[in-house]
Design a protein around this ligand. Structure first.
Ligand code: OGA
Ligand code: MN
Length: 297
């Protein structure tokens, strides 16, 4: 079967037909999926009855993966999934939902802020692939925003202002926004800020996009309060309704997004219900900006 993609969002996001993720990808299918990502930036695959090994093989058919090590508050001994997966669930190692005040849960609530995956790493993520294994009875949608459309809609003065701009990203900053300050010295060191450029140019299409994320807490050369105000205004601009696609999850959905061209956020759901979401991630090509000498990773 050939790969067919139908647009489902107002300005981006497509639903894919004709791909069985359980089977190895042919090179034609991989080319079609990359082309679909270049165009739609978010692709939805419905009714995929896959296990972890199949998700991983599908992801590896599209590129090199990013390992999930040390980017949450789970200690390695508490990992429920191998490091080839980012565990986006609210579940402990024994598959029970975290207690409401568990600091690992509270930290993960940062995913409810608009962000781009791994923007807090020197080499940030390319694609993320999220598979729904179990879902809560209500809530828990994921929203996506098109950062190309957001860039295009800026006035010329703002386009000039953001050109060449470099931001500092850290999970410390995104958690400050939700009032979570409970980090150890080791975690603060592990989450030391990294630099990312604000305007990214897509390597294939040449389209520019705003590289925004709630992890961004500073702009190089700007006073902090002014930078935070500006970043907040830009995120507000970039997440207007017309740039947003809301994904309502069904079991067996796999959603893939391009972190270079989109932001996303999780929506709330009942704290006591399991939401088992498993993410594989494709590594980016390299840093987007030169690092300050103090950045350690
Ligand atoms: C992620 C993420 C949002 C969600 O997987 O990176 O932010 O709805 N997920 O779980
Ligand atoms: Mn995310």
């Amino acid at each position: 079967m050939t790969v067919a993609i139908r647009q489902i969002g107002l300005c981006f996001a497509g639903e894919v037909d004709g791909v069985d993720i359980r089977r190895p990808l042919t090179s034609d299918e991989a080319v079609a999926i990359h082309a679909g990502m270049d165009r739609y930036a978010v692709l939805v695959f419905r009714n995929q009855d896959i296990d972890d090994a199949q998700q991983l093989a599908f992801t590896q058919g599209l590129g090199d993966i990013e390992h999930a090590i040390g980017s949450s508050l789970r200690a390695p001994s508490e990992y429920r999934l191998p490091t080839t997966f980012a565990d986006v669930s609210n579940l402990d190692k024994d598959n029970t939902p975290y207690a409401r005040d568990d600091r690992r849960r509270l930290f993960a609530i940062g995913n409810r802020l608009w962000h781009s995956d791994s923007s807090f790493k020197v080499t940030p993520a390319k694609y993320s692939l999220l598979h729904a294994v179990s879902l809560p009875s209500k809530g828990g949608d994921t929203q996506f925003a098109d950062m190309r459309a957001a860039y295009d809609a800026l006035d010329e003065e703002t386009k000039d202002l953001v050109e060449g701009m470099v931001c500092e990203h850290s999970q410390i900053y995104s958690r400050q926004l939700i009032g979570f300050f409970d980090l150890t010295d080791e975690e603060r060191e592990r989450f030391a800020p990294v630099r990312q450029c604000m305007v990214r140019v897509h390597p294939v299409t040449g389209r520019k996009s705003l590289y925004l994320s709630s992890h961004a807490g500073g702009i190089v050369g700007w006073p902090v309060p002014e930078a935070r105000g500006f970043l907040r205004d830009l995120i507000e601009h970039a997440t207007q309704r017309e740039f947003v696609y809301t994904h309502k999850w069904r079991l067996g959905d796999l959603v893939m997004w391009d972190n270079r061209q989109t932001m996303h956020r999780a929506r709330p759901f009942p704290a006591n219900e399991p939401r088992d979401m498993r993410r594989t991630t494709l590594a980016g090509d390299g840093p987007t900006a030169e690092q300050a000498s103090a950045a350690v990773h």
